[in-house]
Design a protein around this ligand. Structure first.
Ligand SMILES: NC(=O)c1ccc[n+]([C@@H]2O[C@H](COP(=O)([O-])OP(=O)(O)OC[C@H]3O[C@@H](n4cnc5c(N)ncnc54)[C@H](OP(=O)(O)O)[C@@H]3O)[C@@H](O)[C@H]2O)c1
Length: 336
């Protein structure tokens, strides 16, 4: 089969297309013909070594993929050859609490990912793709959408009429916007440009702030909320945005700490968290059960992901370039 591997420490130059032998499904597994892969910022971190992210060499990058079943391993029942399936980010996190074990086998991290034609997966983790979604659309869901779902509904317990602050127009952020609007929330979003602001308004954002024009977006949030602050923040920035997020959160509010775009450590105003009684939740994607619940809701309302761009398999490095440029809004797909 064709695959891409990270073959060294030289960033995109080390992302090489290779030919590998086809994997064979073990007992309880199926062989999936991957038809689409989708990029997350984490995949760029893995390929480029951003923030010191490393793993075994060579390895296949990318956590998010979907396709159809090609072969059934021994003892597999209830699944059919040809059935379309989407693959969760952590194949062992089926339900219940998060553990180090689940984190350790997140696809495309230290274990091989899905930027390849074929992969074997345990059936226990797989989810059938709802009829109304294309395989490419389904491939955009495992990391970013489940993370946004976990942040807002599982940890956040978002209620109708609450206010949500979302940073940016990346994968996680646009899913968070779509989900928050479905839940009847008021949604404030920060972004870098007028063009992205227009997209956000089109998607139902109630107020948009361009931080390139005015970096003091915490003040803007307070002015938009009568000085109170928001109920929830979807925090994808990290250390350089967290202090403003704390200022922008109401007393007793909730911050989902998701991203590392500005780093992995920093000078955080911890006193603001305790003085305001803020609940700060570290989020790491979510379980298969959360994914299933999310798919059920999406199917009910026929919600479709926002796809920024689609690249052919041979153009995969260009897809990574697109993500690195920061010009994208929503998900970047690679057809396999
Ligand atoms: N913990 C988890 O489970 C989890 C899951 C998924 C992602 N993540 C993390 O969440 C972050 C976003 O991931 P993603 O895949 O959605 O990324 P992405 O698609 O690349 O989106 C990044 C977007 O964030 C905005 N942005 C960039 N730098 C910013 C800054 N300094 N301040 C505010 N906004 C900024 C930009 O949008 P604008 O141009 O519109 O501002 C940019 O397009 C990454 O750090 C990723 O590693 C974590």
């Amino acid at each position: 089969m064709k695959a891409y591997q990270i073959t060294g420490p030289d960033g995109l130059a080390s992302l090489q297309q290779v030919t590998l032998s086809d994997p064979a499904p073990k007992s309880g597994e199926v062989l999936v013909r991957i038809r689409a892969c989708c990029l997350n910022y984490r995949d760029l971190m893995n390929v480029m070594g951003i923030r010191g992210v490393t793993g075994p060499i060579p390895r296949i990058p990318c956590s998010d993929g979907a396709g159809e079943i090609l072969a059934l391993g021994e003892g597999v029942t209830g699944w059919e050859i040809g059935q379309r399936v989407v693959i969760p980010f952590m194949p062992t996190w089926i339900d219940g609490g998060f553990t180090q074990h689940h984190a350790g086998i997140a696809l495309g991290g230290v274990v091989n990912g899905l930027l390849c034609e074929k992969a074997c997966l345990p059936t226990a983790c797989l989810l059938p793709i709802p009829e109304y979604l294309s395989t490419e659309q389904a491939a955009s869901l495992p990391c970013a959408a489940v993370t946004a779902w976990d942040a807002l509904f599982v940890r956040g317990n978002l209620q109708h009429g609450e206010t949500v602050l979302i940073l940016g127009t990346g994968g996680v952020s646009l899913f968070a916007l779509q989900f928050a609007k479905l839940a009847g929330a008021r949604v404030l979003v920060t972004t870098s440009s007028e063009a992205k602001a227009a997209l956000l308004r089109g998607l139902g954002a109630d107020a948009v702030h361009i931080y390139q024009n005015d970096p003091a977006w915490d003040e803007w949030v307070l002015s938009e909320t009568d000085g109170v602050g928001v109920d929830h923040v979807v925090e994808i920035g990290g250390p350089e945005t967290l202090n403003r997020s704390i200022k922008a959160t109401r007393f007793g509010g909730h911050i989902s700490l998701i991203g590392v775009l500005t780093g992995t450590a920093g000078d955080i105003q911890t006193v603001g968290i305790l003085r305001k009684g803020i609940r700060l939740d570290g989020i790491y994607v979510g379980s298969r059960a959360m994914f299933a619940q999310m798919l059920q809701k999406m199917t009910e309302v026929q919600m479709k992901p926002i796809i920024d761009s689609t690249f052919d398999f041979d153009q995969a490095p260009a897809a990574f370039h697109r993500m690195a440029s920061g010009q994208h809004s929503g998900k970047i797909v690679i057809r396999v």
